[in-house]
Structures are given as structure tokens and as C-alpha cells.
Write a protein that binds this ligand. Structure first.
Ligand SMILES: [Zn+2]
Ligand SMILES: [Zn+2]
Length: 449
């Protein structure tokens, strides 16, 4: 057995020795789901587990994020391993918090176990002493791009500067010392193998929209009111009439929810709020579709004589899975689940979803492979982890083994990836681009109010 294989075998044994500890960390988080930038208990759990492993770490990055650090014996590049801390609103999910209605309907609780598992493997002193470079362990809040009203309030209070966890980690400089980034995410598929690699994702922007009308008695004086709900409905119908103009190759999604629809059935609604999303494969398609959405929403305000305030917040970027890094992960995944257990999609495969790992991938070489173990539909009430070995233990091993490939033998593997990567953006151009996408416009058609 060569040296690298010996280190990988040690790493796997270390993960196996903590199997129950890792799975219990994930199921504890499953049973205490928290929404983005509010993951207080989840963050505390990760901090406690890091302390148990004697991993020095910073807390409170982007409110609830953490960053642990492991230093190899020799100098070299730094590899970031990430997990996402947040759950999302899914009140019908069997593991939903009865008070907040949020649930781990995207399986992020498994990522906590994966991060800790990779940490267990790499803190093993026999492994770490052979590595050239460092590992940073990033527990990142708020991947689900939801509750935009809440985040807009946090933004206005100066508590965040961008609207998701990885965006904030980038902005705050938490990734400044990272050269490469790796994470894994669960997916539900019985036919597509145990790991799925490759593909890309949609970019997006978020919309926080507030229609303002005039309240009045809905029975005796509707003629004195301005109905903000009707304004929103005209706007959303107009939006639907745009759908035939969308090109299939742009993979556009226009979707949203009413988050406030009025307060009293016997009063004309004067405050109606909509949270919307425009996704597409390219920024050009997003810009064009975002303008269509704004036009339609304004049409609703115009028709009813209401006002509409549209805040557009910078969303995510398409993911670029680094091919060399993916190949490294793939070979390790094959060792764990054999060749037919690994599906590798083409670089352009885009199922329409989005992730802020896309943002990081625009700046440093990154991968976002998927691991099985889940059943049901992502974000659905039936999305459940049925196989914690595949959802936690195997990806933890695959990530640790990949880091060993990257940082052993003088970090030749990592150096090759870094040298051959030409990222589309720097941190500075990324932040300028994202901050330039934030707009706040009021379109006021009210008269005499
Ligand atoms: Zn999700
Ligand atoms: Zn997710």
C-alpha cells in the first residue's frame, strides 16, 4: 500500500470509529431545525463538537457561522470544507419545528455530520502530520434563499451586507485564505447512483415587493379604498402572461409567494407583500426577466392606483464544478461505492435550482457533488434521509480522502488545481457585481392619499 492509500485507510477508520457520534450530530440538528442566520443552536452544536475535537475555531461569522482551522505540518495551500447550517420553511414536514414551521427538507443537517466526519479524519495526527497546507472547516448559515423580508431587515440594521451565508463569508473575508472549496449535498434518486457529480445551477435574484393601497370599509366604503391585493393579483397575472416569451434554453423560473395578503376581511387590504424569484442560466436572461417582472408588478399598481416598492436583492451565481477537483473526488467516491455507484453529469446539465456555492465557485476552484441517502422531493414534506451511512459517513470519507490527495506529497494535487484554474471573478469584482445588483424602487400611482 502506498503512502497516500495508507493515509486514506487511516482516515476511513477514524470516520468509522465515530460513526454513531457523527450520525447523532446530524439527527440532533434534524430535530432542532433553524432558519437562515438564526441557526443559534445548530451553531452551538458545531462549536461544541469542534471543541471536543480540540479544533480552534472562530464563531459568529455572518451571525451564526463558524470557521475551524487545522494546520498541516508543512506549508501549502488551504482547502475549505463546507457545511450548510440552515433549514427552510416547511411546516408540513414530519420533522418541522412546531413553533417556527422550519424543517430540514433539504437535508442540510447531514452536512453537519459530513463536516465533522471529515474533521475527525483529518485531525487524526498521523494523517495531519503528512499534509502540506491547511484545512478550514466552514459551518455556513443561510443557504436557502428565503425569508427575504427578514434578511432585508437584517441588511437595513447593518447586520448583513449580502443575503446568504456564503455570500457573507466571501464579503467578510472568511474565504480569503482558502484556495479550494469542497462540500457535498444530499439528493434523492434511486436510479442515479450513490454519488452524482458535475452539472451546473441557475443564477438568480430575489424580490421583496410591497404593494401599498388605502384601507377602508370593505362593505360600506370600498370606493374610498385602494386595494393592494387586487393590485398584486393584476401584477401576478401580467407576470404569467409573460411566460410564453421565455426561451427554454435560458432555464428561466419566475416564481414567488404572497407573504402578506391583507389583515382584515372587512377592510380593503392596504399592505400586501410578495416574495419573488427570477432564476436563469445567464445573467443576461435574469436581467431581462427581472425587468419583465418589475414591469408587470408596476402594471398592477398602475391599474389600481396603488404604489409598489420593489427591492431586488442579489442572488446566486451558476456553479462551476472544477474538473480536476471533481475527478479527485470521483476517484475516491468510486473507491467507496464502486464505478457504477457514481454518476457524472455533463457540465451544462442544469435542473433549475441554485446554490450560493455557485458564488464561491466563481472565485476559487470548488465542487458541489451530491450524495444519496435521501428519499422524496427536495424541499417537499416527504424529503427524508433514510440512509445515514450514504448521507453522512461516505461523503465525509470521500471529502477527507480527497483532501489527502490534494495536500499529501507536498500538496502537488492542490497546486495543480490552483495553477490550472482561471476563475471568472476576484473577490473584489464579485462584490462589486453583487452590490450593483441591489436596487430599491418605489412606483407610486396613488393620487390624493
Ligand atoms: Zn434547498
Ligand atoms: Zn440544500
Amino acid at each position: 500500500m502506498d503512502n497516500i492509500e495508507r493515509l486514506k485507510a487511516m482516515a476511513q477508520r477514524a470516520v468509522d470509529s465515530r460513526r454513531e457520534w457523527l450520525i447523532s450530530a446530524s439527527t440532533t440538528v434534524l430535530n432542532r431545525p433553524e432558519s437562515g442566520f438564526r441557526e443559534v443552536e445548530t451553531s452551538r452544536l458545531v462549536s461544541d463538537r469542534f471543541s471536543e475535537l480540540r479544533i480552534p475555531h472562530q464563531k459568529g461569522i455572518a451571525i451564526t457561522g463558524l470557521k475551524g482551522r487545522l494546520e498541516g505540518t508543512y506549508p501549502g495551500p488551504t482547502v475549505a470544507i463546507l457545511c450548510e447550517l440552515d433549514a427552510l420553511p416547511a411546516p408540513g414536514h414530519p420533522h418541522a419545528d412546531p413553533d417556527t414551521g422550519v424543517a430540514h427538507a433539504c437535508g442540510h443537517h447531514t452536512q453537519v455530520g459530513v463536516l465533522l466526519g471529515a474533521a475527525v479524519a483529518l485531525t487524526n495526527s498521523d494523517v495531519l502530520c503528512e499534509l502540506s497546507g491547511n484545512i478550514v472547516l466552514m459551518a455556513v448559515p443561510a443557504e436557502e434563499f428565503v425569508n427575504i423580508e427578514d434578511r432585508w431587515n437584517l441588511y437595513q440594521e447593518g447586520k448583513i451586507g449580502l443575503f446568504s451565508g456564503k455570500q457573507e463569508f466571501i464579503r467578510l473575508g472568511a474565504f480569503d485564505d482558502s484556495d479550494i472549496a469542497i462540500m457535498s449535498h444530499t439528493f434523492a434518486s434511486s436510479s442515479d447512483g450513490k454519488f452524482a457529480l458535475g452539472g451546473t445551477s441557475n443564477a438568480h435574484v430575489g424580490k421583496y415587493v410591497r404593494f401599498e393601497g388605502k384601507a377602508s370599509h370593505a362593505g360600506s366604503a370600498p370606493h374610498y379604498g385602494v386595494n393592494a391585493l387586487q393590485a398584486a393579483m393584476v401584477g401576478l397575472n401580467a407576470l404569467n402572461s409573460q411566460r410564453e416569451t421565455l426561451r427554454e434554453q435560458d432555464v428561466i423560473r419566475m416564481h414567488g409567494i404572497l407573504i402578506a395578503g391583507g389583515t382584515s376581511v372587512n377592510a380593503v387590504p392596504d399592505d400586501v407583500r410578495y416574495e419573488g424569484r427570477v432564476r436563469a442560466r445567464t445573467f443576461e436572461a435574469i436581467q431581462e426577466t427581472s425587468e419583465k417582472m418589475d414591469r408587470c408588478l408596476r402594471a398592477g399598481a398602475l391599474a389600481l392606483g396603488a404604489a409598489v416598492r420593489i427591492v431586488t436583492v442579489p442572488g446566486y451565481m451558476p456553479i462551476i464544478n472544477n474538473p480536476l477537483l471533481m475527478e479527485t473526488f470521483k476517484q475516491n467516491a468510486i473507491q467507496l461505492v464502486r464505478e457504477n455507484g457514481v454518476v457524472h453529469y455533463s457540465d451544462v446539465r442544469n435542473e433549475g435550482g441554485s446554490t450560493d456555492m455557485g458564488d464561491l465557485s466563481q472565485i476559487i476552484p470548488s465542487i458541489h457533488p451530491y450524495t444519496g441517502g435521501a428519499t422524496g422531493t427536495g424541499h417537499g414534506n416527504d424529503y427524508l434521509i433514510m440512509d445515514y451511512d450514504q448521507a453522512v459517513i461516505k461523503p465525509a470519507k470521500a471529502i477527507a480522502m480527497s483532501v489527502i490527495d490534494l495536500l499529501s506529497e507536498g500538496a502537488a494535487g492542490a497546486t495543480e488545481i490552483i495553477t490550472n484554474n482561471s476563475p471568472p471573478m476576484t473577490k473584489e469584482t464579485y462584490l462589486a457585481f453583487q452590490q450593483g445588483r441591489l436596487t430599491d424602487h418605489l412606483y407610486d400611482c396613488r393620487t390624493g392619499i
